[in-house]
Design a protein around this ligand. Sequence first.
Ligand code: FDA
Length: 499
Amino acid sequence: QTHEQFLHCLSHHSNDSSSISKLVYSRNNCSYSSILESSIQNLRFDTAATPKPLLIVTPFHASHIQATIYCSKSHGLQIRTRSGGHDYEGLSYVSEVPFVLIDLVNLRSIDIDVENGVAWVQSGATLGELYYRISEKTRTLAFPAGTCPTIGVGGHLSGGGYGLLFRKYGLAADNVIDAHVINADGRILDRKSMGEDLFWAIRGGSGGSFGIVLDWKLKLVPVPPTVTIFSVTKTIEQNATQLIHRWQYIAHKLPKDIILIVFISKVNETVETSFTGMFLGPVNKLIWLTGTRFPELGLTKQDCIETSWIQGLYTGQFPNNNLENLLNRTAANKSWFKIKSDYVKEPIPESVFEEIWPKYFNEEGGRYGSIYLIPYGGKMDEIPGTATPFSHRAGNMYKIIYTVGGQEDGFQSYLNWIRRFYDDMTPYVSKSPREAYVNYRDLDIGVNNRSGNTSYAEASIWGLKYFKNNFRRLVSVKTLVDPQNFFKHEQSIPSLSPS
Ligand code: FDA
């Protein structure tokens, strides 16, 4: 019944009504499940108990989105928008109330303009598709976003988006120069017509709050034709603990051209640490740099590979290093997982790495868990904390990412593991607020009031952690552009108008 009425409404309100029935999938359509599951990344939100959309709409034109917004409103349905489906908490495709899923999979055109160093990319494209299209045209331009190729442009840019180039060029959202957004009234706005407040909010204020971003104009950034990637692995027995401790004083102060990440995991019976990253230059210069600034690491030419920027991102990941794999939108290894994030402003004492970390890696959850340390500094120190909603700029030495992933069996105990680990780290990380990265969506840090009328004080519990003082401005923008709070989810920016 709802399906029929909804279709009728869509046909009435779309400029292109001829193909409407081909874009809408109800639960009894045989393609419904495969479309729903296609980009679900976290299998925790792909179970029989997971609430499913009443309908899935896969628009080909902006007018299909406009019509879906109109008809969802008139039928009292909520909307969830999905680009790449990588949201850690499944917020792009799960809702406790009846909802319609707008899946942007068909809106993924990419237009690269090498001469002017810009690109227009639709939200439904993946980062892999974007990088592939750039590399088809040039070896010396890139875009500073995440590494995982199946991430969607829409969600990633909405929440900031960092990758191996962020110490040099900032976040993906820092390199957006225009966009088209469909607002809660169904109007299409560009940078000029949306105004600088909304344009500020959509570049890091997180997805699913302000409207549906159709496409983005990106500033591409220069990279040398040859970069160097490197990796050195040390176990605890090989002084990894002392090296991590030392790394804290060095990594965020290195020149912008290098990123030196630490990855820690349990391998066999020991804890292994990889010091890995990318240098925007030749191997000899890298060896000189690390030999001068971090001699304890002992980096040698054998630990390095000279390659192009794009091959460097994916070396060893694809069969024969074939970049065509970047066009594959379905991630190879899906799992049940949980991720949490922290920011570190003072070096953590060596005793913590000696006691707490081995303790957790020796527990059962430690077999499925790992930790990344992502150094800040460089360009991130230069961009003011108010330039975009992303507030974790100068003053942060590095970010910690805690991850645990596996199968359904035993997952609750892994969840307990990561939560206890995070709790034990409280004294050593940012405080008041304890900061977190919004693209690492974590509902443990607070959620909106289920009634839909979330107060500023309630939302501040999670909002200040993601955005610090920028949260207040985000709430003002939201209140102005979506006073009825139409675009909402468990951690959407609240509108303070009566809804
Ligand atoms: P998805 O479609 O799930 O959307 C995420 C949120 O944005 C939802 O609230 C959704 O409604 C909203 N949204 C989506 N499209 C929208 C649109 N067009 N307009 C408005 N709102 C929209 N991050 C990072 O910075 N660097 C990294 O290296 C990585 N690596 C990484 C690896 C893996 C395996 C995963 C699963 C995730 C990451 N991430 C990451 C986190 C990633 O950046 C984050 O989950 C993004 O929000 C994902 O964007 P998607 O479009 O894929 O998500």
